[in-house]
Design a protein around this ligand. Sequence first.
Ligand SMILES: [Zn+2]
Length: 323
Amino acid sequence: MSTNLTSLTKDTHLIEDCLEYCKKKKLLSEKQICLKCRFQCDLVSEPENTDRYIWRCPICHAHISVRNGSIFERSKLELSTILRFIYLWAYDMASYKNIRRECNISSPYVIAEWTASIRTLCNEYFFRNPCQIGGPEHTVEIDESLYTRRQNNADGCAEEPFWVFGGYDPAEKDGFLIALPDQESNTMMLMIKKYILPGTTILLDSQDAFDRLGEGYEYLTVEHFIKFVNPDSKSNINQRPGQRIWREAKSRNKNECGLKNSLVDTYLTEFMWRQKFRDDTFDALINQIACIYNFEQLAPPDSLVFVKQEPQKTEEPYNLVSS
Ligand SMILES: [Zn+2]
């Protein structure tokens, strides 16, 4: 069952439960090796620490944060607060007002920083899983649309138009949106080659798109086995699923009053990501964080793990490893 805000709050309300939740979801490491002694650290109570627990080396007594190597590492916010923030972002409820009310975060800087970090995760997802849609017996709708971005210049802030190229496969409900550097036919051909699989039937939105392909048309038809279909009439264009997706992307761009130049690609990636995981965005995001901050990769080889000597304990270690 997918996570909802009630179950997340219940699972992360107490710090011990929250640590257990993060361990189970692989957001925090289950173990920590002291880099100096190479011994397995103990998890001990540390009331002064935000997380109430800390890793302690049984030999040199060095302290290491439970957040070491995790997405939470550089933040001072409580773990449960960050998880709630991620939840609100995932379900598109991360307005400043909501974040302040639900997460008690009032710093716009902190909100912007976490939002940027999460958007980077979406970028990373597509970097690791390059998006190619279509294939034999698949029809992909393509579209070019004019968007606006904010440009700071001597006279203040101006809006500058830019072109976005999109593709959508209604059968797979999968698509992409890419900011184009120009409207040259060669650029469009390269984008089709990069994002649409050989053997696809491409549904064009207009004769203009056909014309713009120029020599690329023949290349893609012969070398990339793409079949192009020009719609018979424009009357049914607006009813196509791809058109609805692009209208949504465009209205979002409008709501944010255009995007800062540097944010355009990240923002479009976020839109693609939301389309792809729309039914289960929080769990998808949590799984992706676990893949990117992979603690198993960080674990030392077996030969480096020595037999643990029992230290003299003054505090009860909290056992993060399930029995
Ligand atoms: Zn040590």
